[in-house]
Design a binder for this molecule. Sequence first.
Ligand code: ATP
Length: 131
Amino acid sequence: MFKLAIISPKGLYFEKDVDSLTVKLTSGYRTILSKHAPLIGALDYAPMHIVENGKTKYYAVHGGTISIKDNKVSLIVNAIEAKEDIDISRAKAAKGRAEDRLNKSDINTDVKRAELALMRALTRIKTYEEN
Ligand code: ATP
């Protein structure tokens, strides 16, 4: 067991003891167990899961950083939603808007912004549908 703290732009999302954390770094998926070696890494846009009291819980994570030291894991994320909090119709609508923007893009289109919106929407849909 180890302490996991998650901070989003809204503040502390939670801090609690968990058995394991499986999260996607830019270098690929990692499962973190207790007494992990110190680490700093970048988080990808992807589903994440934790095991807590033997129960698995799923989350959509939208990039950020991870740091591990002294059996404490901290995630600072751009945004995060628990699977049960995902509004799937909102995510599908956001996906459609971002795709339209990218398909019709012109000199005034903020392509990077639309790409990031699309990644958030796809991560929410994947978390909702695959787990
Ligand atoms: P939208 O265009 O639908 O607002 P977005 O990707 O631009 O989507 P964000 O700026 O990433 O939205 O998030 C704003 C807030 O709304 C965050 O707190 C985020 O957790 C929440 N949120 C966004 N989309 C969803 C969703 N589909 N289900 C649940 N919460 C969501």
